[in-house]
Design a protein around this ligand. Structure first.
Ligand SMILES: [Zn+2]
Length: 284
């Protein structure tokens, strides 16, 4: 049902410490699962998790934090296809700030750069927006329910088996709230390297590691779902190990000079690149 991850997924160090541990069958976790996945899934969640612990390890070298017991495919499939309510995902509507941000991101591209990919698209807020703006907009998504939904919105889908054969190299890949869910990073970076070319813009956003008080809630350490918890420096390290560097500030500055983006985009971006876990990278 679960396997153990005992070395750091980023720096591969085996020096780590347990910073939280609670059996999955504990009442506190039961209450959490009931609240977010509903009463109807509770028995199944209990029977699949009861022999393991919700345990968080901290790498003493790079401060990356992860769930020691990683759910196997059976649990992950149930989690993403059945337990998480699809209707709740749909309720998260685009807001104006998001549209302003999407526009600023797309403004980073040259006029002949038109291929965009929403990686882990969910219900597709970015790929829908890019499509409306005339981009050649694609989505990649793990949940079959969400793939069906995206197809009904006429979004082009790249699925897992097609990535290795695809001829398209994307100019911008948007990856919002995806990396914290992944069991391993190897396949993710293989995909990313195949789908990108020199100077491809990668937008990545994950929850920022906070001081651990109570991890049994929605947030950077969320049980079952958030298997990884990053800070600014280990996230950058992971990407630099895999051929991506933080975007040159000049590239952003140029879009401000050309009056495509507001100066506030540049200022916010510089702050985010240095302090947060919402970062723009470009392929080396
Ligand atoms: Zn580490």
């Amino acid at each position: 049902m679960f396997y153990e991850q005992n070395i750091c997924k980023i720096c591969k160090s085996n020096k780590n410490e347990t910073i939280y541990k609670l059996p999955f069958k504990d009442d506190k976790l039961k209450t959490f699962f009931k609240k977010f996945y509903g009463e109807k899934n509770l028995d199944e969640i209990y029977s699949l998790t009861k022999n393991h612990d919700f345990e968080i390890l901290n790498c003493t070298k790079c401060q990356f934090k992860w769930q020691k017991f990683i759910p196997e495919k059976l649990i992950l499939n149930k989690l993403y296809n059945d337990w998480i309510s699809f209707d709740d995902s749909l309720k998260k509507k685009n807001n104006l700030n998001e549209e302003y941000f999407f526009t600023s991101l797309l403004n980073l591209l040259d006029t002949n750069s038109v291929n965009t990919l929403d990686y882990g698209a969910g219900v597709g807020s970015f790929c829908n927006f890019a499509k409306k703006k005339g981009f050649n907009s694609y989505a990649f998504e793990f949940s079959s329910k969400k793939v069906k939904f995206l197809e009904s919105k006429k979004i082009k889908i790249i699925n897992d088996s097609e990535i290795k054969d695809t001829k398209i190299k994307f100019d911008l890949i948007y990856i919002n709230q995806v990396l914290e869910h992944l069991e391993k990073f190897d396949e993710f970076f293989e995909n990313l390297n195949m789908l990108s070319k020199k100077f491809t813009v990668i937008y990545i956003s994950v929850p920022n590691t906070k001081k651990l008080k109570d991890p049994v809630k929605k947030g950077p350490y969320q049980p079952l779902e958030h298997l990884n918890s990053f800070n600014n420096s280990n996230l950058k390290e992971l990407f630099s190990m895999n051929n991506f560097q933080t975007i040159s500030i000049y590239r952003i500055f140029k879009t401000v000079l050309k009056k495509k983006n507001f100066p506030s985009f540049l200022i916010k971006r510089i702050f985010n690149q240095i302090y947060t876990t919402s970062i723009l990278f470009e392929k080396n």
